[in-house]
Design a protein. Structure first.
Length: 285
């Protein structure tokens, strides 16, 4: 029984990572109508920020706190300089963000010298509950994700700025006619999505060795999650992330590991074919 509980908890920790990554990607896609192909590199930069802090002799905790702030600033600059020019052309926006991601990835690869770097867990050890040992750091990831999701939902549902964001999402032309600056909201949204990706990278880097491709492994799964959940909702991408993350982490225990990843895509594509609008199409925030 203890082994099954620990496996379920590790599965929950991986799902939490996916939810953090997908939440930022889903908000950007829903609000701005574009898919950010540099999102995986934002995860990479968040992880790299923690590495810089630790290699400089500073606390890894400081790097984790700094990562979302650094990525929010990077996201804001990119949105102001590049992304905002492509809102009317989503395909060009995807190509542009892909090019940005490629540049970021290769720069970091050069800075790392093509090597893998290990980051120690800021909170090592285990937490014992009911006689079962749980990874302390995975517990931090699960609790942090729960707080971020709850806080984001409350922000969008209970604040005036959240109301403006939802109004701009539903009808940007009407929002502009009402005097809402959609330009500022788009910049804020992109920066917020980048910050969530940076936080995700900072949290996962102690579990995975840092390399230039650390974000790439999650990017395609994140897009599948948004497609499954449904663009234009808050709950949809979160539910899609739970489904894809659960399959990605759980299937290797049921089938040959080499078949697990292709099977995730096959199952996801079947669901998208049967329900192209996503899991959730009603009850938008």
């Amino acid at each position: 029984m203890g082994i099954e509980v620990k496996l379920a908890f590790d599965l929950l920790a991986f799902i939490s990572v996916m939810v953090l990554i997908v939440l930022g990607l889903g908000i950007i896609a829903s609000m701005m109508g574009i898919f950010n192909f540099a999102h995986g590199e934002f995860v990479l930069l968040g992880a790299y920020t923690v590495y810089l802090f630790e290699s400089s002799g500073l606390s890894a905790w400081a790097g984790i706190l700094a990562a979302p702030l650094v990525l929010a600033l990077i996201g804001l600059v990119l949105e102001r300089l590049v992304i905002r020019r492509f809102y009317a052309a989503p395909i060009i926006a995807m190509l542009g963000t892909y090019a940005i991601g490629l540049v970021i990835r290769e720069i970091v690869r050069g800075l790392l010298g093509g090597h893998y770097k290990s980051i120690s867990e800021p909170l090592p050890g285990v937490i014992t509950l009911f006689g079962i040992d749980f990874s302390a750091w995975r517990t931090v990831i699960v609790l942090t994700t729960a707080c971020i999701v709850a806080g984001t939902w409350l922000f969008l549902a209970r604040t005036s700025i959240g109301l403006q964001v939802r109004g701009s999402l539903e009808n940007p032309n009407l929002a502009r006619a009402c005097g809402i600056s959609t330009t500022r909201l788009y910049a804020f949204t992109f920066a917020f999505g980048a910050a969530l990706a940076g936080l995700a990278g900072a949290l996962i880097v102690p579990l995975y060795q840092l390399s230039a491709d650390i974000g790439t492994r999650f990017l395609v799964q994140a897009f599948l999650s948004v497609m499954l959940g449904g663009v234009g909702t808050f709950e949809g991408p979160v539910l899609g992330a739970a489904a894809v993350g659960g399959m990605a982490a759980g299937l290797p225990w049921l089938v040959i590991p080499v078949l697990a990843d292709p099977l995730v895509f096959v199952i996801a594509l079947i669901i998208v074919k049967l329900r192209p609008q996503g899991f959730i199409t009603q009850g938008r925030l």
